[in-house]
Design a protein around this ligand. Structure first.
Ligand code: VGL
Ligand code: ZN
Length: 210
């Protein structure tokens, strides 16, 4: 596939230590996305990263709810929230990008999930589905039209970012070989369905010749 350097951007989602093997919220084979993404970084003129960035005791952590265990759910002000192990706490090694990720070229690092009471899967809106992160304004102002998404996890942050990006009018391509899933109770199948329904193109870097 031919890229347009003025309107295409690579969005790399949450490739952080806590989502890689041995991390606090390890995504199976999460580190396998790194070589794929590093190849993509060389092909794209513009690279943007997101970083899950929670304060200690964040409300999405099971540890903040008496009697709850990770991967159970809780009703928060904005709806049902999966409760996670403590992860990506601001300033900790777990919140750092994977050491081999080629992040030096990134033009933007968008941090999300920093409001103590609201989780943020999507790079565009927090989990209340109303509070914007500011990313859409940034992307529009810079003239980006097509977003190639990769990273962790396919069924949570990539999924919500892709669906929101499409709803906001961007052309979204998820490169699945540059993603890995948590896959809780069928969440990967559901995410792929939701993305397809939203008009997101599911493809691979390999098939597109990147
Ligand atoms: C994520 C769960 C909690 C993700 C972030 O990056 O997919 N998942 N926080
Ligand atoms: Zn998180």
């Amino acid at each position: 596939m031919k890229l347009d350097d003025s309107t295409d951007a690579l969005l790399v989602i949450d490739v952080q230590n806590d989502f890689c093997p041995e991390g606090a919220l390890a995504v199976p084979k999460g580190d396998e996305v790194v070589p794929v993404i590093n190849r993509l970084v060389k092909r794209f003129a513009h690279v943007l990263l997101t970083q899950d960035w929670h304060p200690p005791h964040h409300r999405s952590f099971a540890s903040a709810h008496a009697g709850k265990k990770p991967f159970e759910t809780a009703e928060l002000g904005y709806g049902t929230q999966v409760l996670w192990p403590d992860h990506c706490v601001q300033g900790t090694a777990g919140a750092d990008f994977h050491r081999d990720l080629a992040h030096g070229k990134a033009e933007l690092i968008l941090r999300k999930g920093f409001r103590p009471e609201i989780d943020s899967y999507s790079a565009f809106f927090e989990n209340d589905r109303r509070t914007p992160t500011g990313l859409s304004g940034y992307l529009r102002t810079r003239g980006f039209k097509r977003l190639f998404m990769t990273g962790l996890a396919t069924d949570f942050c990539v999924h919500y970012s892709a669906v929101d990006g499409a709803a906001l009018g961007f052309e979204v391509v998820v490169l699945e070989d540059g993603c890995r899933a948590i896959d809780l109770a069928g969440s990967l199948v559901a995410a792929r369905e939701a993305m397809t329904k939203a008009g997101v193109r599911l493809d691979t870097a390999a098939a597109l010749g990147f």
